[in-house]
Design a protein. Sequence first.
Length: 334
Amino acid sequence: MLKPGKYLEVVMKNVNWEYPLDVPDEDELSLGHDDGEYREVVNIMNHMKVLTTKMRRGKPISTPDSVNPGGTPQYYQELLPLFGLRCISKGAVNNHDLLLQLVLNNCETDQGSTREIFSKLKSPTLENIDFTCNNLSNLRPSDMSDLLASNPSLKLLDLRWNPINEQDIVYMADAIRNNTSLRKLLFGFDDPSEFPGNWHLLASTVFDQTSLNSAHDSNHHCHLNLEISGIQTHPISRFNMYEDPILNRRKKIYNILSAWNRKRENAAYFESDNISIKHMPQILALLKPFSKHYLDDEEGKEDDEVEPLSIVYEIMRDWKMPELYNYLDVMEED
C-alpha cells in the first residue's frame, strides 16, 4: 500500500512536475485501515494528485481553507503544510514558467516553517501570492526584500490575518521603499490591539507627507490595503489606486497642498524654501486635472481635499515671489 507520506516522497523527487502520480484504488488502500480511515486516506491522496496536476499545468494551487482537528486524522493536518513547505524548499515553484498564482493559506505550520515557505518562494512569472491566515511573523531582515527580488513579476502579495509585528513592519518598509514591481500589498487584523504600533513607517514609504519633496520621492507603485475587523480601512489605503504612478504622485502632492491651504501655509512654505516663480506653471499644471475631477465627479472628492481654485487663490495672494518684487523694483527705477 502506498501511504500518503510515501506518495509525497515520490512526488517531491519529480520536482519538475512532469506527471501526477496515480492514486491507488480503494481496495489497495483499505488494507490495514478501518473503514473510516481508508476513505480519509483516499481523499487525502486524491487531493494531493489534484495539487500536483495543477502544478504541472501551471495553475493556482492551495491548501484547504480549513482543517477540522476534531474530525481528521493527525497526519492529514500535517500533510498539506508539509506539502507546501517541501514543494517550495525542493524547488518545485522555482523557474516554473507557467505559474502565475500561488495560494498557500491556512498552512497551520509553526513560525519557523511558515517563514521558510515565505522566504523560499521564487518564480520568474508568479504575479499573485495568497499567504493569508498563516503564522507569518518574526521575519528575518532580508526575507521580504529577497521575496520581491526573487519574484520580479509579483504584483499582489496578500498577507492578511498573519501576526505581523513591529519589527516585521520595519523590514517590510525597507523592502518596498524603492520597489516598482509590487502593485498591491494587503494586511488584515481581527482586532485593533493586533495592529502594529509603528504602521506609520510602512505608510510613509507610500506617502511621506513631511514635504512636497518627500511626497515626490515616495513609492507611487504599491497600493497598501489595511483592514481591521469592525473599523474602516486605514487612510493610506486610498493612495496609489491608479495604475499610472504619475497620477498617484500628483494626488499625493495635491493632498498636501490641500492640507496646507486649509491653514494658509502654501505661500509660507514656498517662501521658506525659496521656490522660484518659474515653478508656478508646474504647480498650476498639477492642479488642472483635479479641477476637472471636482467638476465632473463631485462624489469622488476626498473629505480632506479643497477646491483647486482655493489653492490657486491663496498662492497668488500670499506668495511673495522674489522675482516679482525684483521686477517691480526695476519698474519703479524706470
